[in-house]
Design a protein around this ligand. Sequence first.
Ligand code: GTQ
Length: 364
Amino acid sequence: MSQAEAETQDPRIDALHRRMAEHSLGGHWQPRRRNPSPKLVPHLWPWSIVYECLMESGEVIKLGRIDEPAKRRTVNLVNPAITDFKSTSRTLQMSVQLVKPGEMAECHRHTAAALRFVVEGEGAGYTNVEGERMIMEPGDLVLTPHWTWHDHKNPGEKNLVWLDVLDVHLINHLDANIHENYSDSEISDNYFDGAAQTVVHEDGYCRRRFGVLRPASAHVDSRFLPYTYKWRDTLAALEAMAAAGESDPYDGILLDYTNPLTGGPTMPTIGCRAQLLAPGESTKAHRHMSSTIYHVVEGAGVTNVGSEKSGGADLAWGTRDCFFVPSQAWHSFTNISKSERAILFSVSDRPVLESLGLYREEQA
Ligand code: GTQ
């Protein structure tokens, strides 16, 4: 007998529980869950291991056609507390993707929004988003928002490696996950074999069309903007803020990647940030109602994470490691180097909590 139908001391109550269960009913006084959902745990994925597995997958997993399971060659980061499916957090999935020289990952679109943060690339490979080649150089951020067509191509001579982040778990919870392959769509009939989109825009189109200086006629559903942020701009903004001493006591030098049309979050479901910790800097602790996945762009440090204001577990990170800080967990950062800065890229579900009026933050 399941926990929900556990025997009580009263045969009349037991009879009621059995009768209700037969008719798909339950009493509020009965245990709510048969298997309580586990509390997510802070975790660090060392880049050395992630990268080794990704490179090995490059040897043994052949990149498939769009209707095959290996249509993308990605290694998923999995929260150790989630055992029944692969998920980094309750809302977001971070994975690492490899496209080898000469390979192409075929075109599709889905209601889940995705982004790519480039780790390795020589400037030849790109994601084609809605007909524009978004060139992928290290540190670049490429958005493929909700329902935008995307395929990836590496015409270069070196591997192309990036972090994928999707809001797919949130979208699944909402029963809103739909998916379409370009090869099955009417528009693809015009093109050679439906595997990739034709390039119809010049490079840099999205920033020219939707950036801060834009044609007065530009209009699009502004929340779902295909867009790309070049690392040289992100780094210049971080360095300018550092020079001006514009530091946040909880996160150091902190930048938001905003939607240039709305001024709002990166995408409606995923917020991206970059932060710089000065040599030797230690931040104060805070906690907030949103969970965050970090990727270390450069440097080495420690993030202390726990359910109390201090004394949590230390996640010790180095360049390219990824780590997870659960919602409502206290956390603070230390750059352990006395001479080198540290830079973190992060993604969170904060825009969702904010749009529902649920976001809150507490400072130590
Ligand atoms: O590259 O289009 O990690 O569709 C998961 C789903 C990557 C992609 C993922 C995807 C993609």
